[in-house]
Design a protein. Structure first.
Length: 271
């Protein structure tokens, strides 16, 4: 366990490879389509931890995320709302929900191309880490189910098994990801010059610039431009044609609205 990371910010396999290179993957829109926090919110709604109104609020942010990419203001708003709603929720319940969240909302949204890249790194003997603003309890399940080496995620404080609604440290986003990667690299003997980084968002440029092999996956406009200026590899698994991009966004928006409608319909049918 790294010495300068909280035990609840880091989750990894005991039998990870011992080389000096690794690959770090962002999650939302990089490893999976859409926002993993929205999947958490929907599942918590099913457990009646959230109201339908709260799910609608998260759905609007998910719609924005699919349509325009990651936005720091939305990330902070989602963080603050999720923290407020998590107060009093059981850590044990969240851990148990992790596999359900993966099975019901995340697995079908994993980008096959990104997963294949991660598996290539594993086959080459490199450690592969998820680095995400998603709560560690969910990020760790994603890492385990994908067969990866571990995860770095946002830590929510808990006392006597219940979340307090307060963060431990800061949300793992933007420059904080780069800081976490540097700490992990130092404590695990990694040479960052030999490491790879993958993300879709310009907010993750600090993490990408911290490694020797940065790669843009499904990049937003600013990251695409930044990658082009620096001759970084760019992979876009969303569509083979730019003309199809709007159709993809529309499909994502439709999915969000369909999910919200199903939630409303289910609520109306309750006795």
């Amino acid at each position: 366990m790294p010495s300068n990371l909280s035990p609840v910010t880091f989750a990894g396999l005991e039998s990870a490879p011992s080389g000096t290179s690794a690959a770090f993957f962002d999650v939302d829109n990089t490893m999976m389509r859409g926002a993993s926090l929205f999947a958490v919110a929907r599942k918590m709604y099913q457990r009646r931890a959230f109201t339908l109104r709260e799910v609608a609020w998260f759905a609007v942010r998910q719609l924005r995320f699919v349509a325009r990419g990651e936005n720091l203001g939305d990330i902070q708003a989602i963080r603050d709302r999720a923290l407020l709603l998590s107060a009093g929720f059981s850590v044990a319940d969240m851990v148990a929900l992790g596999d359900e969240i993966y099975d019901e909302f995340i697995e079908s949204k994993i980008w096959p191309g990104t997963r294949a890249i991660a598996e290539q790194h594993l086959h080459a003997g490199r450690r592969v880490w998820l680095v995400t603003a998603t709560p560690l309890e969910v990020a760790a399940v994603m890492s385990r189910r994908l067969g990866l080496s571990g995860a770095l995620g946002t830590t929510v404080e808990h006392i006597e098994g219940l979340y307090t609604g307060q963060l431990v440290g800061e949300i793992l986003h933007g420059a904080a990801k780069a800081g976490a990667v540097r700490i992990l690299a130092r404590d695990q003997g990694l040479d960052l010059a030999e490491c790879w980084g993958y993300s879709d968002s310009h907010n993750d440029i600090p993490m990408l610039e911290a490694v020797g092999h940065p790669v843009a996956i499904n990049p937003d406009r600013r990251l695409r431009r930044h990658a082009k200026d620096r001759n970084w590899p760019v992979y876009d698994f969303r569509t083979g044609r730019r003309a199809a991009a709007f159709g993809l966004k529309a499909a994502g928006v439709s999915g969000v609205l369909w999910g919200l409608w199903r939630s409303v319909d289910a609520l109306r049918r309750r006795p």
